[in-house]
Design a protein around this ligand. Structure first.
Ligand code: FES
Length: 68
């Protein structure tokens, strides 16, 4: 499936790059050209990377209220 229409990049290419060490959309941008045009594929590419690496797009926020 095409993820980046501007540059004709598929999810398979993104997973292959992730297997080869790409860990950020910036890595994908420099290696494949993902998100180097209109940028609308950025979030989808980040999600594929996170799924591939078994991580979350969002880190949990732990709230520690200060004493009043
Ligand atoms: S769809 Fe990827 S840069 Fe436009």
């Amino acid at each position: 499936m095409y993820v980046c229409i501007c540059n004709g990049i598929t999810d398979k290419q993104i997973r292959r790059a992730a297997s080869a060490g790409a860990s950020s959309v910036r890595d994908l941008q420099s290696e494949l050209g993902v998100a180097a045009g209109c940028g609308s594929c950025h979030e989808h590419a980040a999600k594929i990377l996170a799924e591939h690496h078994g991580t979350s797009l969002f880190e949990p926020v732990i709230y520690h209220p200060s004493p009043a």
